[in-house]
Design a protein around this ligand. Structure first.
Ligand SMILES: [Zn+2]
Length: 109
């Protein structure tokens, strides 16, 4: 399943976001591997958000809520309607990443 960047619309595979994108950061292989086993909230602690930001990713309340991505044009801004809709989906579905991915795909966001 794909979700889309709120800012540029680039599609991102949900498996990639949950299991592979972390290896693009400068975390060690061991630490990146450990990250994939953390809870959804722990995966977005400030330390990890910082690592992701360094490689171009910014997330909302879930790693499936891509607010900015490496494909974003430098000055592009997030689409506010999409941002609200995505934030609402994450808030309602909480830590159920499969449900979040499904809902975002249904809305094409
Ligand atoms: Zn983007």
């Amino acid at each position: 399943m794909d979700v889309h960047c709120t800012t540029c619309g680039e599609p991102w595979d949900t498996y990639h976001l949950r299991h592979e994108a972390i290896y693009e950061t400068d975390l060690s292989h061991v630490e990146a591997k450990a990250w994939t086993g953390l809870s959804p909230e722990t995966r977005l602690l400030p330390r990890y958000r910082e690592k992701f930001r360094a490689v171009g990713f910014e997330f909302g309340g879930s790693v499936l809520n891509v607010v900015r991505c490496p494909a974003c044009p430098k000055d592009a801004r997030p689409d506010t309607d999409k941002a609200s809709l995505k934030a609402g989906i994450v808030e309602i579905l909480g830590n159920d990443e499969d449900a979040i991915a499904g809902a975002m795909e249904d809305f094409g966001i």
